[in-house]
Design a protein around this ligand. Sequence first.
Ligand code: ATP
Ligand code: CA
Ligand code: CA
Length: 432
Amino acid sequence: RVIVGTKVDQGHVNWVTAYNMLTGIRFTVSRTNAKMDRELTEADFDARHKFSFDITGNELTPSAKYDFKFKDYAPWVFRHLRSIFGLDPADYLMSLTSKYILSELGSPGKSGSFFYFSRDYKYIIKTIHHAEHKLLRKILREYYKHVIDNPDTLISQFYGLHRVKIPYGCKIHFVVMNNLFPPHRDIHQMFDLKGSTIGRDFPEEDLAKNPRATLKDLNWLRRNLHLELGPGKREAFLEQMKRDVSLLQRLHIMDYSMLVGIHDLEKGNEENVRENMLKVFQPGGERKEGDMTNMLTRTPSRMENALKAKQLRLTLKKEKPVPMGMVQAKMPDEMADERKDRIFYSDDGGFQATHDNGQPGEVIYYLGIIDCLTHYGFVKHLEHFWKGLSNPKNQISPVPPHEYGERFINFITGITMTEEEAERKKASGSEH
Ligand code: ATP
Ligand code: CA
Ligand code: CA
């Protein structure tokens, strides 16, 4: 199926940056992979290597299209992490270095980060703030240990940390991580949940314009939804979530969310076939020879809708819209094997709902804890102060990390129960 995004091609404002990112990744990842595997040492966690690329090339680096500098952080640690997460080294390089480059989702959050998808949509490159890069380096040992002890962790899987700098340009740090959502499934509803209510509402009236926007806590509550997992799966999920949150609390991290994507098996992937047909002929859309038949059975994705929303915002702001292009991606029929033995990604890349009687449910959940690189000390004190002036203190989002985690656990535990169950639990709890 086709996933539409802003194709980053020559002429796109971020073409050079995207090109340099991929060139740097290709070079550094192959360089590390070419060596014999070995055990990690303490020094591997602090390692960083700087490379200069230029159009002529030198004894260390091959020639590149542009002059730029590239920094590779802890390459051995990330090589091991990729292997623990079950990535195939050749596959990883292929996904990130094909000639179709990347598609850009622009900046969906308010942080200003840019998101790029690899051509097969398996990986996400997220540009991160200097402070986030500092934090990831600082917590890398703990993160690594956590992944070893918790192979089913719900926390974002980090596959690489790098920095790129063009002459006279600024330094851009970025991480490569897993895309929680599968390329071959439509996500019919998506929620970004923090367990806070202040400011956690996507205006319902805007849903008509953007039916698959990322919804938030209040939208979830308003819909009376719950994660229907049955007792066994629920326990596994809550247990892992608590272990993950406990790590984040210990590291003074906050502001993370549980990203929940819901694929409705009854709706399947076909609901927008007609709309999609029109897209094939959309001006500016790029089509590859011979791909027509496939395109007609494919559906637009949430990425596309997110992009549309961005287009809309830009139009509203009377800014120049980002040119819309199509990115042709090769879609695997099934999620690659690498995720099959991870419990929360084992049902076609996700975690299938289960009824209380043990029968499989009608939806697949895609679940993960994202945006886990904000340290409490970073700007949060300030925000705490400003928001604290107008909102009840326990409701505001930037509470200290321990409370943030407790509130998060409570909320996520709550949404695994039906209203009845929650009431019952509350009643039995207050008896004691
Ligand atoms: P802010 O700090 O304002 O929340 P941000 O720029 O740090 O924003 P994130 O919160 O990391 O961005 O992500 C923004 C959105 O991008 C998420 O709500 C989700 O829709 C999408 N997204 C982020 N990470 C992933 C991922 N690993 N897989 C799939 N989608 C993701
Ligand atoms: Ca976020
Ligand atoms: Ca963020």
